[in-house]
Design a protein around this ligand. Structure first.
Ligand code: WTA
Length: 650
């Protein structure tokens, strides 16, 4: 047999079946898989029926590899699907958002109020000349106006390009110009870590050079001093005086809904663009299926910022189409105390929580006393997204947050896929800690070797998607060749996700991280994720990042950076390092024994919480640290290097 593209090293025997009660009430039952397998196109067509169409499609899918059109010739309006239909069907008084500002201010916004705000904002956009087909950049804190701005753009048919509020002026202008945006919607600032941060100055700086931006709409959030120019308009001054009526136009199913930039391995970010009908179909279906949403009774909280795809699909479009009641929180998890998020769960009796492994591991590091202080019994389902979740972090999430009662859905997907692709179904799947388990009904994902052959159970390789799906990206904005080259060139006619994965002996899917992060140790391709999970399974470790560093003997050698758990009296220094190395050998085997383990206080992460292993590799190989402008905390690399100077190696 040919050697695996990525070795299958860790094994996991624990499984957790849904309880009989959960299974009985679940939205989706086992039969859904067979239904979708029998007629994949018909299956997605039936999910599109859930949307409100102004004109029906004549063909479900037009597939000219790698360009797809879904629900061809159908017409609809995204904002009508999120809002008007709920009011028309008598749900206007239902709460859409419970907003919790970081300083403690709150707002409760019903569907009827949200619709009124969106209609007025849409009228304001029209007044300043925004038309269907234009692009609008949105650079906002996590406040309700961010969602209102997105929906108002969708209502008038302008594509939004949300740029995360933590990004710099430079990142903002490159995205504004790449999309040729006409308008920027921003705020004076927002609240983070107990203080007001400014946004408007970054917009002013971004717009100091060349661009085609005509106006800047500014929401007043903090009331801080802002510089003002002729193109600036206060949001409240123009929006408040607009009429409350707005008749939405219908747009083609393939009308661009938004662009969202993701940073690739190269410097220039890719403008991933999504269209309307297919995207809304899959975002709303997966939100009902994976989170088992009961719109009348659930309080749903996805902690993602609208600056990420998760905030688009699972704060704005999916949940609003489904009529969900949500919590939206502006600030950071440790302000004013490390129990803030648990306090919010208790306050609003949150039933469904969707968050990222990086936050789960941060909670683990802080210690159990914070969640234990609050009543989390309202929770009935937990979700994870963004990175592989290490089995021990999964177990901690299950026990400490979920009280051993909530199913966990580990959801694999990407900005490019638009919606969840691989995930347990909470009423059906017996889950394994750390595994995303199985492609959703209607989705075809496989693990293959270099020549596109399926690797089979028990083996590792590359994750691919070999059939089109409704919410797939329609391209890279303005760069069709780059789209083909990046996603469709490794395998003919097949989408390559860039992730390693393995199938265990039962055929469950395990995500192994980006293939760029795979290490080659003495000819064995070892996934950083598996070694990290082995380290996190040691009781003293909360978080780990592993990289392969050049090594004269083994090609690459494993270098690990670990953060220790809070509330533990740690074994000291050398003894701990030796114990951790022995633990990895026990869990995985001698091949995965780290050459070096460094205890650190922080890890370099992007603002969406992904570990930047590239920077750690620079440290491990004693190089000057490369471009770190996308780091959430630019100082982290200095702290790590300082710590390193005093660390020992054996
Ligand atoms: C990673 C986020 C393992 C993966 C929705 C993917 C995951 C990239 C998971 C996309 C998961 C996301 N398990 N890895 N459940 N979810 N990833 O575009 O490497 O921000 O390719 O979309 O995150 O990140 P993006």
């Amino acid at each position: 047999m040919s050697q695996d593209q990525v070795e299958n090293l860790l094994s996991e025997d624990r499984t957790f079946s849904p309880t009989a009660e959960f299974a009985a009430q679940a939205n989706i039952k086992e039969a859904e898989y067979a239904l979708a397998d029998a007629d994949r196109i018909g299956f997605w067509e039936s999910k599109a029926e859930y949307l409100k169409w102004d004109k029906r499609w004549h063909t479900v899918l037009d597939w000219q590899v790698p360009f797809s059109k879904w629900f061809v010739d159908g017409k609809l309006n995204a904002s009508v699907n999120c809002l008007d239909r709920h009011i028309d069907e008598g749900r206007g008084d239902r709460v859409a958002f419970y907003f919790e500002g970081e300083p403690g201010d709150t707002r409760t916004i019903t569907y009827a109020e949200l619709l009124k705000d969106v209609k007025k904002a849409a009228n304001a956009l029209t007044e300043i000349g925004i038309k269907a087909g234009d692009r609008v950049a949105i650079y906002m804190p996590m406040i309700p106006e961010a969602a209102v701005a997105m929906l108002a753009c969708a209502r008038v048919g302008a594509a939004h390009s949300v740029v995360f509020g933590g990004f710099s002026a430079e990142a903002l202008i490159s995205r504004i110009n790449d999309a040729d945006a006409r308008l920027v919607i921003t705020a004076d600032g927002g609240y983070r870590k107990g203080a007001a941060f400014a946004l408007k100055p970054a917009v002013d700086e971004a717009l100091s050079g060349e661009h085609n931006v005509k106006n800047v709409l500014v929401v007043k959030r903090t009331g801080q001093e802002v510089a003002w120019s002729d193109r600036d308009i206060w949001w409240h001054e123009i929006v408040d005086r607009q009429p409350e009526e707005h008749i939405a136009e219908s747009f083609d199913s393939e009308h661009p809904l938004f662009i969202l930039y993701t940073s690739g391995t190269t410097a220039k970010p890719k403008g991933i663009f999504h269209t309307t009908g297919g995207y809304l179909t899959q975002a709303s279906y997966t939100h009902r299926a994976v989170f088992d949403l009961k719109p009348e009774s659930d309080i749903y909280w996805c902690t993602a910022d609208v600056g990420w795809i998760t905030g688009h699909s699972y704060v704005v479009y999916g949940p609003l189409i489904n009529g969900a009641t949500q919590v939206m929180y502006e600030g950071t998890p440790d302000t004013p105390h490390k129990g803030r998020m648990f306090e919010i769960i208790e306050k609003y009796k949150v039933t469904i929580l969707y968050t990222a492994p990086t936050l789960i591991r941060t909670w683990m590091k802080w210690g159990d006393e914070f969640p234990n202080k609050f009543n989390l019994k309202s929770l009935r389902l937990l979700g994870s997204v963004g990175e592989p979740i290490n089995p021990e972090a999964w177990m901690w999430y299950r026990e400490v947050i979920g009280g051993n009662r909530c199913p966990i859905v580990d959801t694999w997907w990407q900005t490019e896929t638009g919606a969840i692709m691989i995930s347990p179904l909470p009423g059906v799947t017996a889950t394994k800690p750390g595994s995303a388990m199985r492609p959703l009904p209607g989705i075809s994902a496989k693990v293959v070797d270099d020549s596109a052959h399926e690797v089979g159970k028990g083996h590792g390789g590359y994750l691919i998607l070999d059939k089109p799906w409704p919410s797939m990206l329609r391209g890279v904005w303005g760069e069709p060749e780059r789209y083909k080259e990046t996603y469709w060139s490794k395998y003919e006619g097949i989408y390559f996700a860039g992730d390693g994965a393995k199938l265990d002996s039962d055929g469950a899917y395990w995500l192994l991280g980006r293939v760029d992060d795979v290490m080659n140790v003495s000819g064995h391709r070892i996934s950083t994720t598996e070694v990290e999970s082995a380290l996190v399974s040691h009781e003293e470790v909360a978080e780990a990042a592993v990289v392969g560093a050049n090594d004269a003997t083994t090609g690459q050698a494993i270098v690990a950076f670990v953060i220790l758990r809070g509330g533990i009296d740690h074994t000291k220094g050398e003894a701990l390092i030796s114990a951790l190395k022995a633990h990895v050998v026990k869990e995985i085997g001698a091949i995965a024994r780290p050459r070096q383990i460094l205890v650190v206080n922080e890890l370099p992460k992007t603002r969406s919480g992904k570990i930047m292993r590239r920077l750690l590799r620079d440290v491990a190989e004693n190089r000057a640290v490369g471009d770190s402008t996308t780091l959430a905390d630019p100082n982290v690399m200095n702290l790590i290097k300082d710590g390193l100077a005093t660390a020992t190696e054996d």
